[in-house]
Design a protein around this ligand. Sequence first.
Ligand code: FAD
Length: 299
Amino acid sequence: MTTVLDRLRAGETGFSVEFFPPRDDEEERILWRAVRELEPLDPAFVSVTYGAGGSSRERTVRTTGRIARETTLTPMAHLTAVDHSVAELRNVVGSYAAAGVRNVLAVRGDPPGDPTGPWLPHPAGLTYASELVDLVRGLGDFCVGVAAFPHGHPRSSDPETDADHLVRKIEAGAGFAIAQLFLEPEYFLRLRDRMAARGCDAPLLPGVMPITTPRVLSKFGELAGVEIPPSVADRLRPLADDPAAFRAAGVELVTGWCERLIAEGVPALHFYSLNRSKATREVVTSLGLDRRPAAQVGA
Ligand code: FAD
């Protein structure tokens, strides 16, 4: 079975796509349309996030399992430690294995309700993502990834300490890391330098989201955890009342960042898709990333 790491080590820069598990039939239809539209472009893998609450969690198992069964794609299921005992975490990992999912993104999760509130581990659970990596790796032949934060994790005192913790997750057995959104490639590249300075050369994937609307731009800043810098705001905000011009400029801006990152040798670009494929397909094809590796041509 192909793992995420196999694909990341294949040589040429690729791309991957992140989805969230659908909440109802309509969202299910939208998600599967995106999956089917992206499948021919041969993403290195597609991942499905893991949310709070029982039913959302079951949907991650169901969605990744269906991707494994019904498509040619390599699925990766996210898993969060928050609000879970170790026994429950083992159970979810068992469900992933039973569904044919061998790639897991091990993240800690945020406190339910107020994500900025105090972090309280489950009494029989885990405190840091590094412990989750260790747990998942110990449960079988899983390929495990972790989260990384180019602007520093909001709970971290400083970027250097945050990089120490990131490298600790790799040392615990993770094979690669996926970066949260960032504004301007330099932030991502500095994080990669901090990893290299610690002797860590695990693949680090930039998180990318085409900025198609003013709402996406606000969401972007929120997720990256920073103010939108003037270089971005001055270019996009004057176009806020012209949806077509805003979208064109936002996609062009992000495509430019991607070109820089490809030139810097990133193994793949990870697209936060919000379960829509159009903008991702546009950027991926304009960058020439929509090709199957030689070994798979004609497959
Ligand atoms: P950790 O690596 O455990 O880090 C949490 C904080 O503790 C950081 O400040 C870190 O520097 C610090 N730290 C780490 N180890 C130590 C240590 N040993 N000693 C002291 N301090 C330490 N959330 C979801 O709910 N579902 C998802 O599916 C999901 N997917 C994500 C995917 C990606 C690519 C990213 C970037 C984030 C995702 N998140 C998801 C969000 C994530 O759960 C939160 O950002 C969370 O706050 C941090 O998770 P982490 O795995 O980085 O935690």
